[in-house]
Every structure is written in C-alpha cells, then in structure tokens.
Ligand binder design. Structure first.
Ligand code: AMP
Ligand code: GLY
Length: 430
C-alpha cells in the first residue's frame, strides 16, 4: 500500500483543473498544490504564485516541501527539460524527458521515428529551402499539408487546396512566421478520414491504454472556420471501438514505447496519439506528450479508477503491475465556452456570473482562462470555461451541458452548439 503523497500539479488550464479535480478525490493524496493553478483549482487545492515552466522555482519548491510526485499538465515545461531536472533531484515526475518529448516538439523527429519503427503515418518530406519544398509539392496531389517543424501552439499546420496556396504557406513558414519552429517545414500526404484522440500511459517499458475521445478543432459549427486548441470533446467516441483501440495499441503505441526505449529515450508519462481513421485503418497524425485539452476533461469524468496510482506507476516504472483502468459506462461531454474573438484576439476582462446555477444538476465547470479581480470572476484567455457533464448517453450528457451553458451569465462568451454531432447523428444522416 502506497503511503499518501504530496503532489504538485503544473499548469493552470482546463486540462489541469480536470486532472486536479480527479487527483483531489484520491485517498492517496495527502496534499495537492498547483503551480500556478487557476480560480477553479483554488477551490480544491492550494495554488502557488509560480509559473509551470519555471524550472528552478518548481525544483526548489518541490525539494523544500517534500513533494513526492510532480504531474506536468502542458508540454512547454517538458520541452524545457522539467522532467529531467526533477528526476536528477530524485523527485518522481509524471511526464517525459526533454529527449522523449521530441515526439511532440519535433515533427521531423517523429516522422523519421515512425519510419524507423514501421508506424503507419502519412508519407512526408522535410525541407529547409523553399526550392526543395516546392519541387516536392509538385510530386503530390491537392490538398497539400504543410507543417512548421517545431511547437507552434497548434497553429503551425496549413491544409492548402491548391499549389499556389501551398507554396505561399511554405514561404510564410520558412520566412519566419513561426520563428525557430518554422526553420524547417514538413510536407505530408493528405490523409482522408475521421480523427480521434487515443491516450496511453507509458512507464519507459510498458504501455496501458488510457481512454479515447473525439475533439472538435474548428471554431465554427459544422466543423468550419479556423483551427483552435479544441472547442469541445466527447467520450466514448463511437469510432474508437475496442478493436480500433487494440489496433492503435498494436500498430502505434507499442512500437513507440519499444522504439523510444531502444533508442535510449524511455518514455514516461501520457502519450496522446492523434489518429486518422479511414476504412478501418488508423494512421498517426501527430503525437502529443501531454493529455489533450479538452480531452482530459471528459476522460477524468469517465475514469472510475483512482488516477493517482497510475500517475505514480507511470513516473516510477511500475505500470506492469497495474490492472487496466476502469471507466464509467456513462458518456461525457465538454463544451468549451470561449471569449469573443477566439482564436484570434479574445476579449478579456468580461465578468462571468451564475456559475453556481450551471453546476447544479451534476455538471462540472472547469476553469480554463479565468481570474478573480476584486472578488469578481473575469475572463482571462481564449478558452475560458469548460462546461462538462455525464449522462446515460451522449444526448443526455449534451442536454445537461448545454443547459448549464445557458445558465451562465457571460455576455462576451460563445460556444459551439453542435459538440458531439458525429456521435449524435441519426443513421439516416450518417
Ligand atoms: P497536427 O498539428 O499535426 O495535429 O495537425 C493539425 C490538424 O491538421 C490535425 O488535427 C488534422 O486535422 C490536420 N492534419 C494534419 N496532418 C494531416 C494529414 N497528413 N492529412 C490530413 N489532415 C491532417
Ligand atoms: N485538443 C487537442 C489538443 O489538446 O491538442
């Protein structure tokens, strides 16, 4: 039996609020501290005036306050080497090393890794000059997929409908639009199909599937308009049948955990595989080295098992001793309530009220971009609130979540009214 733990959660978005909410329910949690956290997390944990990517500050705090486990929410601290610093100090960290985090921080690394380990993904080329890139483009057919190599906050991907647009995107990226992230571009074959998010916990040697969800990335109803970090999620996703989850495990997750270990970068933490499913076959779109946001929100609602033993086992290499996690049969939905202007420049400072009414009938509102000013809750980001609910089926969950959205008083906010449409459509609409 593990003794109770002092846990430090890094991050302050909706994903971290959902993880903290689940961690706080564990009998194994002695103390939960968040850096920096947010007003919602402050209701269930202590929040520190400390940034998630302040390596020295986090290390000093963890040492001084006997932190047993650090759980890293976002990718940026991992890309900076947070897990390496903590592990060198002998502190368990849920999240991969800087070298292993390349699976998210470098698309060129990931594409070459997939090639070395026979992981199904789109054919591709990596280029540092516009001339080579344009020559390669002429060998492909529209639509063209052009990506900045490095981290670009989900905005470094262009799907171009014709060759001129594709060339313009290449020149834009190589011309410095994304800074260092765009000094190389990856050009990919376009994969048709339906996208889904699959999660697994890895401990360096072993991988345990940790649920799946579907996200709506476009800002507008009917999946139109610019890409965002995600406007809403639901789980379970009908396309992720047990057979499909097994296929993703066998063809993508297992080769990755083995390949990373064999190449000297054992991967610990959550691995998020964004997959494209077409005619029963899944191909990798991208890896992320963190939970999805807002995928984590629906997973935490549905997770029946205590999460803390899984986080600890992933950080310490003992996942092989853990049973598969158990999930509630109910469906979960998350509706992102965003600020007017998102994903461009969101309007900040609007007052949000009536959240209590929204949380009345079994719904949960996670905070994603809020702050308290003079005792008032205000919008302080693009994606501001995550309105989540469980229901006996997805329609039930959606009815509850949308009822809660309607109860919230925030004139500057908007949300998509069609989250879950793929799963909710009738057979005639399919
Ligand atoms: P990424 O940042 O690599 O996940 O790409 C962002 C989004 O662009 C993905 O979620 C997909 O919707 C789309 N996408 C990326 N690569 C491809 C591809 N090769 N074929 C089709 N769609 C893609
Ligand atoms: N919801 C997509 C992501 O977290 O990248």
């Amino acid at each position: 039996m593990t003794t109770a733990l002092n846990i430090l959660m890094l991050g302050g978005g909706g994903r971290e609020h959902a993880l903290a909410w689940k961690i706080a329910q564990s009998p194994l949690t002695k103390r939960l501290v968040c850096a920096p956290g947010n007003p919602g997390m402050a209701e269930i944990a202590e929040c520190l005036d400390l940034k998630a990517n302040d390596l020295n500050g986090v290390l000093a705090y963890a040492q001084k306050h006997n932190i047993d486990l650090v759980v890293v929410g976002p990718e940026a601290p991992l890309a900076d080497g947070m897990a390496d610093a903590l592990m060198r100090a002998g502190i368990a960290c849920f999240g991969p090393s800087q070298a292993a985090a390349q699976l998210e921080t470098s698309k060129a690394f990931t594409k070459a890794f997939c090639q070395r380990h026979d992981i199904p993904t789109a054919a591709y080329g990596v280029f540092e000059t516009a001339l080579e890139a344009e020559t390669f483009l002429t060998t492909l057919q529209a639509p063209y997929v052009i990506k900045a190599d490095g981290l670009a906050a989900g905005k470094g991907v262009v799907i171009a409908e014709n060759l001129d647009e594709a060339k313009a995107a290449v020149n834009d990226m190589l011309g410095g639009r994304f800074g260092q992230a765009g000094h190389r571009v990856v050009i990919e074959e376009f994969m048709p199909g339906e996208e889904a998010s699959v999660f697994a916990l890895l401990d360096g040697e072993t991988a345990v599937l940790f649920g799946g969800a579907q996200d709506h990335k476009r800002v507008g109803e009917g999946d139109t308009g610019p890409n965002t970090g995600g406007m809403g999620t639901y789980s379970p996703a009908p396309i992720l049948t047990p057979q499909m989850m097994q296929q993703v495990q066998e063809t993508i997750i297992t080769p990755t955990v083995r390949g990373m270990a064999a190449e000297g970068h054992p991967y610990r933490g959550v691995l998020y595989a964004g997959v494209m499913i077409h005619e029963g076959q899944a191909k990798l779109v991208e890896f992320n080295v963190r939970f999805g946001d807002p995928e984590a929100q629906v997973l935490m609602l549905r997770l029946a098992s205590d999460i803390v033993p899984y986080l600890l086992a992933s950080a310490t290499g003992t996942l092989g001793d853990m049973p598969a996690p158990s999930w509630h049969d109910q469906a979960a939905i998350c509706v992102v309530y965003a600020a007017e202007g998102y994903p461009g420049t969101p309007k900040k400072g609007g007052v949000i009220s009536n959240l209590e009414a929204a949380t009345r009938d079994g719904t949960i509102v996670f905070h994603a971009g809020t702050k308290v000013v003079d005792g008032q809750l205000q919008a302080n980001g693009g994606r501001v609130l995550n309105v989540c609910a469980l229901g006996d089926d997805l329609q039930g969950a959606a009815d509850r979540a949308y009822g809660a959205c309607a109860a919230i008083d925030w004139p500057d906010g908007f949300y998509r009214k069609d989250i879950g449409w793929r799963a909710l459509k009738t057979p005639e609409q399919a």
